[in-house]
Ligand binder design. Structure first.
Ligand SMILES: NC(=O)c1ccc[n+]([C@@H]2O[C@H](COP(=O)([O-])OP(=O)(O)OC[C@H]3O[C@@H](n4cnc5c(N)ncnc54)[C@H](OP(=O)(O)O)[C@@H]3O)[C@@H](O)[C@H]2O)c1
Length: 246
């Protein structure tokens, strides 16, 4: 499967650590040109080194995805630097702690909606001309267990993650015949800073590493998963599927 990625251009948000960084490095090892987005340049530079050491190339864009007024500038800065986008992986995220709905503050609630629902949709919207310039493109929204189960205390984070499944279906429904596709992927719990903050009581050692979920992202970005369009998927099912295909 890795050969089919050579020279593709794929944007990864949240690429400076955790899941996004692991996906960026896995893409690097498949010779992808990665466009890495997150806020902190120093952390992005470490991702760039790792992607390049793995065999890919990496363009770092320090950018705050909650600054919606700057999305146009981001597009203008990119449109002459890259010919197209073959993929867009939405991995950026932030979450401090679980809070019951009766106590959550309005700013916290809004920030969670902005980061986990507005940002991935608006970034997809602004990048659509670059995705359209590719022969085919795959957009992956990163969701979580709230997609499949009702869990308490996750307030707007949980609402946003569940809504991403509908977002992928709606994007696909509005582009039914086109060669680009939109899916939502639940990576399962992975051992990252966000996880440690959200589950302070859990022993992180028993939770899989973000690297354990990257095969599912690569599968969903590859031509091998072309038939998956507008779906809500779980990483463990895709990893099994990929093994069946190989
Ligand atoms: N960890 C899990 O168990 C788990 C399970 C299911 C789903 N997820 C989802 O997977 C995604 C990645 O989570 P993670 O666990 O890898 O978290 P993480 O380790 O905390 O990484 C989050 C990433 O998002 C970036 N980010 C945060 N705010 C940003 C902003 N305003 N603008 C741009 N980038 C921003 C961070 O970089 P900067 O700070 O440099 O901006 C960082 O690269 C999230 O969507 C999360 O909801 C995680």
């Amino acid at each position: 499967m890795k050969e089919s990625f050579a020279d593709k251009i794929i944007m990864v948000t949240g690429a400076s650590q955790g899941l996004g960084k692991a996906v960026a490095i896995a893409l690097g090892s498949a010779k992808v040109n990665v466009v890495a987005i997150s806020r902190h340049p120093k952390n992005l530079a470490a991702t760039q080194d790792a992607v390049e050491a793995a065999g890919g190339r990496c363009l770092c864009i320090p950018f705050d995805l909650s600054e919606f007024d700057d999305y146009g500038k981001l597009f203008l800065a990119l449109k002459d630097q890259i010919p197209h986008l073959d993929g867009l992986v939405h991995c950026a995220g932030s979450f401090d702690r679980c809070t019951p709905l009766q106590y959550v503050k309005v700013d916290t609630f809004r920030e969670a909606l902005d980061m986990h629902l507005t940002a991935p949709n608006m970034l997809t919207q602004i990048m659509l001309p670059l995705l359209r310039r590719a022969e085919a493109a795959s957009v992956v929204f990163t969701s979580c267990d709230m997609l499949e189960e009702d869990q308490n205390n996750w307030h707007a984070y949980g609402f946003a993650k569940r809504a991403l499944a509908y977002a992928a279906a709606m994007w696909q429904g509005e582009h039914p015949e086109k060669p680009y596709r939109f899916n939502t992927l639940n990576p399962g719990r992975v051992r990252t800073d966000l996880f440690k903050r959200a589950f302070p009581g859990l022993m992180p050692d028993v939770v899989p590493l973000p690297e354990d979920a990257t095969d599912a992202f690569l599968f969903l970005l590859s031509d091998a998963s072309k038939s998956l369009r507008g779906q809500s998927l779980h990483a463990k099912d895709l990893i099994n599927k990929e093994h069946q295909l190989n």
